[in-house]
Design a protein around this ligand. Structure first.
Ligand code: SF4
Ligand code: SF4
Length: 162
């Protein structure tokens, strides 16, 4: 559940503070982007409507809000948590999925435009990290399944004792 992954006490401070609204680039330039509204809804337990909103994908993850925040918590954490839930439910925009697929395949988020690089005298792009990414992904998967097995074992032992 979303609330379980967020610190509601800190978000309550955030909803009263609003200090970083004026330095957030998305707040300044994108009409309708307002993390203050999102946070108020999270606190009130009615965040569902934001899962289908493009707003949560308009956070640039520039970390400005976290940099200036006296509690190092707030706007960005709320947006990240909502995106994670939306992605789990398959509610992400198609271009996000395309980006993930490309990253998994090539280790890049986009293909470098070779003619343009040549025109500007730029060197050949460095190789993408696709192989390293695949190894890391496999390690992560193994670690997760190990954890899951441990959990199941512990559950089984507990059930045997009772
Ligand atoms: S993120 Fe921090 S600085 Fe920004 S409104 Fe929330 S509490 Fe205030
Ligand atoms: S991380 Fe997101 S919410 Fe925070 S300042 Fe940047 S764009 Fe705004």
């Amino acid at each position: 559940m979303l609330e379980a992954n967020l610190n509601i006490r800190l978000l309550e401070q955030c909803s009263r503070c609003e200090a970083c609204y004026s330095i957030c680039p998305s707040c300044r330039h994108l009409p309708g982007y307002d993390p203050r509204e999102v946070i108020k809804d999270i606190i009130a337990g009615r965040f569902e409507k934001w899962l289908r909103s493009k707003s949560i994908w308009q956070c640039l993850e520039c970390h400005y809000c976290l940099e200036m925040c006296y509690q190092h918590y707030g706007f960005e954490n709320a947006m990240t948590a909502l995106r994670a839930v939306a992605a789990k439910r398959g509610l992400h925009p198609p271009q996000v999925k395309r980006g993930w697929d490309m990253f998994a395949k090539t280790g890049r988020l986009g293909e470098p435009a070779l003619p343009a690089r040549k025109k500007f005298g730029l060197p050949e792009p460095a190789a993408g990290g696709a192989e390293e990414f695949k190894k890391l992904h496999a390690l992560l998967k193994a670690k997760r399944s190990e954890k899951e097995n441990e959990k199941q074992r512990a559950k089984g032992q507990k059930a045997e004792r009772t």
